[in-house]
Design a protein around this ligand. Structure first.
Ligand code: DQQ
Length: 548
C-alpha cells in the first residue's frame, strides 16, 4: 500500500512482506552472520510460524535466504517456534527449537545443517528422534518453550535452560546433555520469581566485570558475572538482572534481590517496544550481540493493509557497565557507522524554553550523537534553593500522561525527532532531572510518543526510566531514526528506549529535527553531531547476491 509505504524502514532488518517476530539462533559461521526469525509466510499477522533466514557480512546489509525450517512434522506442525544455536568445539552447529505439536503441546526439537561446507547453511535437517524433550511432570503442555544456547558444565557436559511457569511463578528449567539427543533434568531451577508469569525466551550468559568485551557462553571465573534475562509474557517487557551463577547445581542468584528478574522495579534491556530478544557470542569480533523483535504500535488492520509487520532492532553490542557493575550498557553495532553519510556539527547554548530547528535536510534517516551540560550556576541554584520540590521519588516519565510537557527548573531537554515544522507531530527524546528527598539528583531518560502522530489507531506511550549518571559525566544520548522507528540510548546505553511512531505529516521531506530545552530556569549547552544515514541493502536471494 503506497499510502503507508513511508513506514518501511531503510536500515533495519525486515522481510520483504508479512509477519515477523522473535530472533532465532543467531550465529557467525564461515564469514557470514546468520539470522533466523519467527515468520508467517502467509499474512501480516502472527500464525503459521516457520523459520525465516538471512545472511550478512556486517550485520547491516542482508540477503534473504529460503526458509530454514517449515512446519512439516507432527512435533512442529503447529509452529516452528523460538530456538537457539550452539557452535560445538569441532565447528559443528546444533539448533534447538520449540515445536508446537499437532496437539499444541510445546516440545523441544533438534536440528542441524545438512552440509557444514555450505557457508550459507541453506538446508536444515531435523533429527529423526525428535522431540528430544517434552514437558516434565508439573509443567503444563503450553508452558515449556524457547531453549537457550548451551554452555559447558564443569564435568564437560552441555547445559541449557528453558522458560516456564508454575502457577504464577516464572521459572527457568535446567537440563544437562552430552549429545543434545538425551537430557537429564536438574533438580533445581536456574532461577524463578513469584508473580512474574510465564518466562519466554530466557537468555543466560557471562559478562566480564573488568573489561568491556564479550564472553563466549561457557566462560566462567572470578572476573565473571552472569545475566539472566526473561521476556515477560504478561507485561511484554524484557527484564534482566546481574548475578552469580553456581555451576555445581546450575542455579543463579541476583546481586540485588529487590530488582530480581521480572519485578516491576527490575532492569529492562529497553523501556520501549522491545521483546523476545536473544544474544549470541560473535567469535568474529569477540563481542556479545543482542537482537530484538520490535513489533508495531499501530493496528492490526493497518499491518494487513501495509502487508507487513515488525522490524528487528539494530543489533546491539552488550556488556556489563564496568563503571557501575550493576547494569548493562548497549550500543548499536559499530558497523552501523558505515551507513553514515554527510554530517553536521552543532554547538548551541539553549536558553530556558527554547525550541530550535536543526537544519539537516530530510530527517527520516538519522544518527545523532549528543552531549548536554546544564550551566553550573543553574545547578547550584537548584540545589541551594530549599523551595525546589523534591519530586524524584514520585516522578516517572509517564507520570500523569504529560510526558515532555512536564517542566521544572532544569528541564526537560533533548531532541524532537520526526517532527513537523509546526510541531503538530513530534517525538521528544529527553532528559529530565529531579531532586530527591535526600537533595540528590536523579536523571530520567524518556521518549514521549504521545504527540508522534495525529492518527488515533496507534498506541502512543510515554516511555522511559531512571538513568545512572556518575560524578563528572556529561549527559549523553545517541538516537537512530529510521522512518517509523526511533532507538534512543541514554548515557552510553545504560538506559535504552525503542519506539515505533506513525506520523501522518512528518514524513519524507516534511520530517524535521528540533533540539529543545524546556527548562523554566536553566541554560543548557548542547554539543551534537547529526549524520544522514544511507539505506542498507536488503536483497532477495540470488546466486549473485551471496557471491563473496
Ligand atoms: N514467540 C514464539 C515462542 C515465544 C514467543 C512463538 C515470544 O516460542 O515464546 O512465535 O514472542
Amino acid at each position: 500500500n503506497s499510502m503507508l509505504s513511508w513506514q518501511r524502514t531503510a536500515f533495519h532488518f525486515q522481510p520483504e512482506e508479512n509477519w515477523m517476530n522473535d530472533p532465532n539462533g543467531p550465529l557467525f559461521y564461515k564469514g557470514w552472520y546468520h539470522f533466523f526469525y519467527q515468520y508467517n509466510p502467509n499474512a501480516a499477522v502472527w500464525g503459521d510460524i516457520v523459520w525465516g533466514h538471512a545472511v550478512s557480512r556486517d550485520l547491516i546489509h542482508w540477503v534473504h535466504l529460503p526458509l530454514a525450517m517449515v512446519a512439516d512434522q507432527w512435533y512442529d506442525s503447529n509452529g516452528v517456534w523460538t530456538g537457539s544455536a550452539t557452535i560445538l568445539p569441532d565447528g559443528s552447529i546444533v539448533m534447538l527449537y520449540t515445536g508446537s505439536t499437532d496437539k499444541a503441546v510445546q516440545v523441544q526439537n533438534l536440528a542441524y545443517p545438512e552440509d557444514l561446507n555450505d557457508p550459507l547453511l541453506l538446508k536444515w535437517v531435523k533429527f529423526p528422534g525428535n522431540p528430544v524433550l517434552v514437558p516434565p511432570p508439573g509443567i503444563l503442555p503450553k508452558d515449556f518453550r524457547d531453549p537457550t544456547t548451551a554452555w559447558k558444565t564443569p564435568e564437560g557436559k552441555w547445559r541449557i535452560t528453558i522458560g516456564s511457569k508454575i502457577n504464577k511463578t516464572g521459572i527457568s528449567l535446567v537440563y544437562d546433555t552430552t549429545d543434545f539427543k538425551t537430557y537429564e533434568k536438574l533438580d533445581s531451577l536456574l532461577h524463578g520469581v513469584p508473580n512474574t508469569g510465564m518466562w519466554e525466551c530466557v537468555d543466560f550468559y557471562p559478562v566480564s566485570k573488568t573489561a568491556r568485551k564479550g564472553l563466549d557462553t561457557s566462560v566462567n571465573g572470578p572476573d565473571v558475572k552472569h545475566i539472566v534475562k526473561a521476556s515477560m509474557d504478561d507485561t511484554r517487557f524484557d527484564h534482566y538482572a546481574v548475578g552469580t551463577y553456581f555451576e555445581s547445581n546450575g542455579t543463579w542468584i541476583p546481586d540485588d534481590p529487590s530488582i530480581d528478574v521480572g519485578m516491576s522495579s527490575s532492569l529492562r534491556y529497553d523501556y520501549g517496544k522491545f521483546y523476545a530478544s536473544k544474544t549470541f557470542y560473535d567469535q568474529n569480533k569477540g563481542r556479545r550481540i543482542l537482537w530484538s523483535w520490535i513489533g508495531e504500535s499501530d493496528s492490526e488492520a493497518a499491518d494487513v493493509q501495509k502487508g507487513w509487520s515488525s522490524v528487528q532492532g539494530i543489533p546491539r553490542t552488550v556488556a556489563l557497565d564496568t563503571k557501575t557493575g550493576k547494569n548493562l550498557v548497549q550500543s548499536p553495532v559499530e558497523e552501523i557507522k558505515s551507513l553514515r553519510l554527510s554530517s553536521k556539527k552543532f554547538d548551541l547554548e539553549l536558553s530556558p524554553g527554547s525550541v530550535i530547528p536543526v537544519d539537516v535536510g530530510t530527517a527520516t534517516q538519522l544518527d545523532i550523537e549528543a552531549e548536554f551540560e546544564i550551566k553550573k550556576e543553574s545547578l547550584d541554584k537548584f540545589f541551594g534553593d530549599a523551595s525546589v520540590v523534591a519530586e524524584a521519588e514520585e516522578f516517572s516519565c509517564e507520570k500523569n500522561g504529560a510526558g515532555s510537557t512536564v517542566r521544572n527548573a532544569l528541564g526537560p531537554f533533548g531532541f524532537s525527532v520526526l517532527a513537523t515544522e509546526s510541531l503538530s507531530e513530534q517525538t521528544p527524546v529527553y532528559f529530565y532531572i529531579a531532586k530527591g528527598k535526600d537533595s540528590k539528583l536523579k536523571t530520567f531518560f524518556c521518549t514521549d510518543t504521545s504527540r508522534s502522530s495525529v492518527a488515533n489507531d496507534v498506541i502512543k506511550p510515554i516511555y522511559g526510566s531512571v538513568v545512572p549518571v556518575l560524578k563528572g559525566e556529561k549527559l549523553t544520548m545517541r538516537i537512530l531514526v529510521d522512518h517509523s522507528i526511533v532507538e534512543a540510548f541514554g548515557q552510553g546505553g545504560r538506559t535504552c528506549i525503542t519506539s515505533r511512531v506513525y506520523p501522518t505529516t512528518a514524513i519524507y521531506g516534511a520530517a524535521k529535527l528540533f533540539v529543545f530545552n524546556n527548562a523554566l530556569d536553566a541554560t543548557v549547552t548542547a554539543s551534537f553531531k547529526v549524520w544522514q544515514m544511507n539505506s542498507a541493502f536488503i536483497h532477495p536471494y540470488s546466486e549473485e547476491a551471496v557471491r563473496a
